[in-house]
Design a protein around this ligand. Sequence first.
Ligand SMILES: [Zn+2]
Length: 152
Amino acid sequence: MECPFCNPRPENVLYEDGLIRILLDSYPANRGHLLVVPKRHVERWEELRDGEKSALVRGVDLAMEKLEETLKPDGFNVGMNLGRAAGQTVPHLHVHVIPRWEGDCKRPRGGVRKAVLDVEDENLNLKERWIRNRLGDDEIRALREAFLEGGT
Ligand SMILES: [Zn+2]
């Protein structure tokens, strides 16, 4: 299978520079869920070069800034699933930037600490998730335009 982050669908690419891309997640956990990925196919954190690590942090910064401008979330979950045991499904390192709003789930307390809980989350139904959380065309256009304006 082709790597979805080495060969992202063009409509999912919001930002790209020499080292990283910022993508719309295809199965968003919440509205505006973005991924920051190194352009180089790297599976593990240890394989990243120093410049790529700082570029990923810069990408997280930019992603949060543009989401704040356009979708005005109340908070974020930011995280990585590193290794199959940690839930990594695509073997190309990626940082999730998930915008959060007050009341978007019943029990937000703990955030990413819940990564180890063994629950069947209704969020894991990919098709329902996509239908419920995908952004409208106008919202995607606004986000894309925000990225075109560059970082502050
Ligand atoms: Zn890849």
